[in-house]
Design a binder for this molecule. Structure first.
Ligand code: AKB
Length: 343
């Protein structure tokens, strides 16, 4: 039986998945197999060889995948985000860590079958950082990959550990085995800032106040922001998020000086976001009603990241700074999106 060569995308129905499928379909020689707990949006079906509904913890489903497809790359997007993970830490650990381990093993097995490396793209997060207090956050400036790796959330711990697992599979897998230790897994991760999409809303994250504020204003709904005006972290427009993943996937392995990279675009306070939203939607009702616990999480995340290694190793450069993100992507696209939904 000939198995179809494909790219596997887990969490395909989520925010990154939408943009990624749309992008990959135009450039890949492989078919796309989408996997998500929820059925894939109808609009994306036409781009996929298969759209499977199921759980990355389901071994039967993973075995079925192996028997039907020859997997050459995995974009492992499925995860429980930071706020949701705090409510169900055990489940978060299962999905975020055991799920990732399952997929790393699957990548290894696939590589043994077809004899080529399997690229494993992993969206990590600024949640892997844990700044001890606001005073240090202010003076720390742009954080490098190796600094403040002391996350305060389950999600951050999960992401940091999975980065290590991925690096282990790529560099040191079964290092004591007699037959050598190449797993065939080519793991690459980007630590994303808060991502903002014009067409989807995130759920269960702590950076969600930015997209929620913009989407609420575009729909004429009031928005009580759950962090204070001063809260500041880096953000990125979704097209740049997709660009970072795809660009890192495409670069040849010998150019990578490490396996995990910061990527930055712009750093803004919640007040900056409110002001930009009010310029576009002058009637927007935005109030600040901080939730101390969620704000506490944001205050441990860096105000900005140092992405000089990504720039140096694989020519990373965002297309959207704050002005361009709002004027040329978010505001026009979101306005169009809700107008078309009302029409
Ligand atoms: C979250 O808020 O949990 C995510 C993230 C910053 O990784 N958006």
């Amino acid at each position: 039986m000939v198995r179809k060569p494909v790219i596997l995308i887990t969490g395909a129905n989520g925010e990154i998945g939408h943009g990624l499928i749309d992008h990959l379909v135009r450039q890949t020689q492989y078919g796309i197999v989408a996997l998500d707990l929820k059925p894939l949006d109808e609009s994306l079906h036409k781009y996929c060889t298969a759209a499977l509904t199921g759980d990355i913890l389901d071994q039967n489903l993973l075995q079925r995948l192996i028997s039907e497809y020859e997997i050459h790359a995995i974009y492992h997007l499925a995860a429980l985000l930071s706020t949701r993970a705090e409510f169900t830490p055990d489940t978060a650990h299962q999905v975020n860590v055991e799920g990732t381990l399952n997929l790393l093993k699957l990548a290894h097995e696939q590589s043994r079958w077809h004899g080529n490396p399997v690229k494993f793209l992993f969206p990590s997060s600024i949640a892997v950082y844990g700044l001890p207090n606001l005073k240090i956050k202010k003076i720390a400036g742009k954080i490098k990959e190796y600094q403040y790796n002391q996350p305060t959330t389950m999600y951050g711990c999960n992401k940091l550990y999975c980065e290590q697992l991925g690096r282990y599979f790529t560099m040191h897998y079964r290092q004591l085995a007699a037959e050598g230790h190449c797993s065939g897994v080519d793991f690459r991760a980007v630590r994303f800032p808060g991502l903002i999409s014009a067409v989807t809303l995130p759920s269960g994250g702590t950076s969600d106040y930015a997209p929620e504020m913009i989407h609420a204003a575009a729909q004429g709904q009031p928005y009580p922001c759950f962090v204070s005006e001063e809260a500041q972290i880096p953000f990125m427009a979704m097209p740049d998020g997709i660009k970072a993943l795809v660009q890192l996937a495409d670069v040849s392995a010998d150019r990578l000086s490490q396996r995990v990279y910061n990527v930055g675009a712009f750093s803004v306070t919640a007040r900056d976001i409110r002001d930009r939203v009010l310029l576009a939607f002058p009637g927007a009702e935005i109030t600040f009603n901080p939730d101390t616990a969620r704000e506490g999480i944001v205050s441990t995340w860096p105000a900005d990241v140092d992405d000089s290694l990504a720039r140096q190793d694989w020519n990373w450069q965002p297309d959207y700074d704050a002005d361009r993100a709002f004027h040329e992507y978010l505001i026009p696209m979101i306005t169009k999106y809700y107008r078309s939904k009302l029409a």
